[in-house]
Ligand binder design. Structure first.
Ligand SMILES: [Ca+2]
Length: 246
């Protein structure tokens, strides 16, 4: 039993019960019962031996009637603010769930989460059914030129930017005039779309005087293009701070 959201605000029984269950595994579930029952997960009767790992609940986990269990990494004090919309039974994690985020170790039996997203996102898997993903920025904001080469009529630069976990592709454009949100469509893409894991690119443009302007957009999982990045241009403006002597 893994990756379930279980939510209740009205009267009822326990969230998860494992009865007469040899070698049952209860892994990475989120069980929020709002004090409508005294415990959230139970494993019961002598023939039950349960592995109970990395569940996120707002109530205790209980062994009953002689059941055996091996518990690891469960969190039983979840607060409403840890969830996107606890009252609406949306138990996806928020950034406030710091006690849950990245606090599990990988389990071979749980390679993805409630949404089918591959675990882990971030350093380690998260406790409970959801793997938290920080919202993707609306644009690349740290595009920069880290090296350049000028051959007659051609400017070649290496562009770098921070990796963007929500990106599925990158589109690079270059021109001899500034590229803006307004004129983005009128400029040609350089090369094929880059993979979403990219954080650098080496690109060339025709430039008689070695001047070039560059910008990128990323594509998200729904295929939508981001806003335009900050501009990067060559030649870079060098700023010399005067040497001050006492
Ligand atoms: Ca994580």
């Amino acid at each position: 039993m893994r990756n379930n959201f279980i939510y209740r605000a009205g009267p009822g029984d326990v969230g998860i019960t494992a009865n007469y269950a040899a070698n049952v595994q209860v892994l990475h579930n989120t069980v929020i019962l709002n004090d409508t029952f005294a415990w959230a997960i139970e494993y019961r009767f002598a023939s039950t031996n349960a592995t109970v790992r990395y569940n996120l609940t707002d109530g205790p986990i209980l062994a009953r009637n002689g059941a055996q269990g091996a518990l690891l990494g469960n969190l039983t004090d979840a607060a409403p603010g840890w969830f996107v919309n606890a009252q609406g039974a949306d138990l996806h994690l928020t950034a406030a769930a710091t006690a849950a985020i990245d606090h599990a170790a990988p389990l071979a039996a749980v390679l993805d989460d409630f949404d089918g997203q591959t675990r882990p996102i971030g350093a380690s898997p998260d406790v409970g059914a959801d793997e938290y993903a920080a919202p993707t920025p609306t644009r690349v904001s740290d595009l920069r030129i880290t090296s350049h080469q000028i051959n007659p009529g051609t400017l070649t630069v290496t562009l770098n930017w921070s990796a963007l976990p929500g990106a599925t592709a990158f589109i690079v454009k270059g021109a001899i005039e500034p590229i803006t949100a307004a004129n983005w469509d009128s400029h040609n893409q350089i090369g094929p779309e880059l993979p979403g894991t990219a954080s650098s690119a080496s690109v060339s443009i025709d430039s008689v005087n070695g001047v070039g302007y560059f910008a990128i957009k990323y594509r998200n999982a729904e295929g939508m293009l981001s806003e335009i990045s900050n501009p990067a241009f060559w030649p870079r403006l060098e700023v010399f701070v005067p040497l001050v002597r006492r």
